[in-house]
Design a protein. Structure first.
Length: 185
């Protein structure tokens, strides 16, 4: 059973700037830069037939390329921090693309995603990092901001069940290039 998800890749130059955020946080297990991404929809462990249906359905996405920027660093987990991440600046194009992926996955028969979508790039998973240590880390690096980058495709990734952070394999890439709708005659 493959474990799959859809995502936007992080360009190498932006990934390089994210590496400057590494370090200075006890208990952090840093994600390798080649595994940085923005998840659109986690699909999970599915059988080969569902994976094929997902891949086929994604071919119908018809959206234009758009720009994104990373803006700030934060954490998930509150008093028991689980991870630190780079925020994605608000983008209607990203929100619309993610919502389309969610609708498609429900049409394939997957359960709706239970959590509110928070676009981000995971930088590290945390083990035994105190909320104070995380707060100190965020106060030093929270003002991070990347240069804008162009999103010209999204991908379908697969991964092996492991302890977070990859390696991820691009199974399919889907270019973003809006095609004008055909007019009825």
């Amino acid at each position: 059973m493959p474990r799959i998800f859809t995502a936007i890749e992080i360009p190498a130059d932006v990934a390089q700037t994210l590496t400057f955020l590494r370090g200075g946080l006890p208990g952090a297990r840093w994600i390798d830069p080649e595994n940085y991404h923005i998840t659109l929809r986690f699909i999970g462990d599915v059988d080969v037939h569902v994976a094929h249906d997902v891949a086929s359905m994604l071919d119908s996405v018809n959206r234009a390329p758009f720009d994104l920027r990373l803006d700030g660093v934060a954490s998930f987990g509150g008093r028991k921090p689980r991870s630190v991440f780079a925020n994605v600046a608000p983008s209607q194009a990203l929100t619309d693309l993610q919502a389309e992926h969610e609708r498609m996955m429900q049409r394939v028969g997957l359960e709706p995603e239970g959590r509110k979508y928070t676009p981000h790039v995971t930088l590290a998973r945390l083990r035994d990092s105190s909320s104070r240590q995380v707060a100190d880390y965020l106060s030093e690096r929270g003002s991070f901001r990347s240069a804008p980058f162009r999103v010209e495709r999204f991908v379908l990734y697969s991964s092996r069940a492991s302890t977070g952070g990859g390696p991820y394999i691009v199974e399919e890439a889907y270019p973003l290039a809006a095609i004008p709708a055909k007019r009825a005659i």
